[in-house]
Design a protein around this ligand. Structure first.
Ligand code: SF4
Length: 98
């Protein structure tokens, strides 16, 4: 199903400048900082839990000779497999869903 198009002049206006650091200080639970991924990755707790669940799916567990983009994807999930933070967040999400 296609979304209805919105004319540019009727599109919602976003603030031209948003101070990200201020917003993060007023919403400290919105993003977590990952200690295992490179680049001081910040992500939503739901995304972290999803990464942990995906990393533990059997189809992403075996890393062999495969296309480069799949290889990179699987290698990025390796630290998430045994991560305690991801495990805790995934368990919390599962409790909330039940
Ligand atoms: S599961 Fe762990 S390693 Fe993966 S993104 Fe979350 S905190 Fe980082």
């Amino acid at each position: 199903m296609r979304r209805a198009r919105t004319a540019r002049n009727k599109a919602r206006n976003f603030p031209s400048s948003l101070d990200v650091q201020d917003w993060l200080q007023s919403h400290p639970e919105a993003l977590i900082s990952c200690p295992h991924q490179p680049g001081n990755l910040k992500l939503m707790p739901a995304a972290c839990a999803k990464r942990h669940r995906t990393a533990n799916e059997p189809r992403w567990a075996v890393i062999g000779a495969e296309p480069f983009h799949l290889f990179v994807f699987k290698m990025n999930l390796v630290p998430c497999r045994t991560c305690q933070i991801g495990a805790r967040l995934a368990a919390q999400q599962q409790e909330r869903a039940a």
